[in-house]
Ligand binder design. Structure first.
Ligand code: HEC
Ligand code: HEC
Ligand code: HEC
Ligand code: HEC
Length: 257
């Protein structure tokens, strides 16, 4: 083998390893193509044969009727420990498993404290652990609480369970009201027209999908669709693109900069 051939082979081998690594990290489903074969398809990794919905939803004996949620929730209380207020003057929120917004559902797998397959009910059997994987190392990309792994410390993460200044007006959401400087800065009037999911909080503890002026907020699923549905345009279940400078770009779907 010539040096050149050897070098070419080494390069080819590294490229295919990078490619395999990327496939493993993102699942094999194309963006927007549905849950099957995405990284939220646990039918292949489960220790028991399950369905596509089992790890997250159950028709009976759910932990809560809302979302018919099946996955054990974390006992963490989430907060941002390095800053108390955004640059826009809004207090960063605190939330736990009693918060009705969907971020706590995501964090039930992504904070590293609960096994991925810890479900309330499946096949007429309670409290099964169908997959013992847990995200715990700081360099695990799916661990959102990376600065203090396995804690409720959201430091370094974009605000969630947080008000969104829908139609350019301050919102109260999860007991927090948009700061004056944040309202003055640039926002899309209604990111929902661009495929973003927003929520509203009626102030009496009821959070539901759809923005209401003065009561709008955002959660993890404002940017991500856990079902890899039609609004997903890129890897990571993103409701926008990871790259670019148009309003298809995930950040410009809410911010006007
Ligand atoms: C039942 C557990 C579970 C729940 C609930 C869950 N996830 Fe995941 N998620 C996972 C696992 C496991 C992976 C794969 C991580 C890995 O590669 O190790 C993953 C991967 C991801 C990825 C990376 C996808 C990719 O293409 O690489 C994103 C983004 C994500 N989840 C976001 C969310 C959001 C947002 C929610 C809530 C709306 C959520 N997840 C709820 C377990 C879960
Ligand atoms: C990895 C976890 C996960 C899996 C797997 C999953 N879901 Fe969901 N699902 C969620 C989360 C989180 C929400 C809340 C999303 C939101 O409110 O933005 C949700 C919301 C829903 C909703 C109500 C809101 C909507 O989007 O219509 C329905 C219905 C639903 N899921 C059905 C299903 C079905 C059916 C399956 C299986 C084919 C499934 N889901 C698989 C996590 C999951
Ligand atoms: C769903 C709408 C939405 C999307 C999409 C979005 N943001 Fe935000 N962003 C917000 C809101 C709401 C705030 C908090 C505003 C406030 O109350 O101060 C915020 C705050 C910020 C801040 C200020 C943080 C601080 O405290 O100083 C930055 C920087 C930021 N976002 C960057 C980004 C980037 C980068 C992206 C793309 C990856 C992005 N945002 C996508 C809604 C969004
Ligand atoms: C403002 C938009 C936005 C919000 C809100 C958001 N994410 Fe993400 N998320 C992204 C983007 C953009 C990426 C890709 C980041 C990258 O790797 O460059 C990402 C990536 C991820 C990944 C893959 C690993 C990584 O870090 O790249 C996971 C897992 C994830 N998000 C989970 C969550 C969870 C759980 C929440 C709620 C606690 C959440 N996200 C809230 C925009 C958001």
């Amino acid at each position: 083998m010539t040096d050149m051939t050897r070098r070419t082979l080494v390069i080819l081998a590294s490229i295919s390893m990078l490619w395999l690594g990327a496939m493993a990290a993102h699942g094999q489903a194309a963006p927007g193509a549905g849950i099957a074969n995405s990284s939220h398809d646990f039918t292949a990794t489960s220790t028991t044969t399950v369905g596509l919905c089992t790890f997250c939803h159950t028709p009976h004996r759910a932990l809560q009727t809302k979302l018919l949620w099946n996955h054990a929730l974390s006992t963490q209380t989430y907060s941002w420990t390095d800053t108390t207020v955004t640059t826009g003057g809004t207090t960063l929120p605190t939330f736990d498993a009693t918060w009705q917004g969907v971020s706590k559902n995501c964090l039930s797998c992504h904070d590293g404290t609960v096994a991925v397959g810890d479900v309330a009910w499946f096949d007429a059997t309670p409290n099964q652990t169908l997959d013992a994987t847990q995200h715990s190392a700081a360099n695990d990309p799916s661990l959102i609480t990376f600065s203090n792994p396995g804690s409720g410390d959201m430091a370094g993460n974009h605000p969630v369970a947080h008000p969104f200044p829908f139609q350019g007006q301050a919102s109260s959401y999860n007991s927090v009201t948009t700061g004056v400087p944040a309202v003055a800065s640039g926002w899309q009037a209604d990111p929902q027209t661009l495929g973003i999911r927003l929520f509203n909080d009626d102030g009496a503890g009821n959070v539901s999908a759809g923005a209401v002026v003065g009561q709008a907020g955002m959660e993890c699923s404002s940017c991500h669709d856990p079902h890899n549905g039609a609004t997903v345009l890129d890897d990571y279940f993103l409701r926008g693109t990871l790259t670019g400078n148009s309003t298809a770009y995930i950040c410009l779907k809410c911010h006007v900069k």
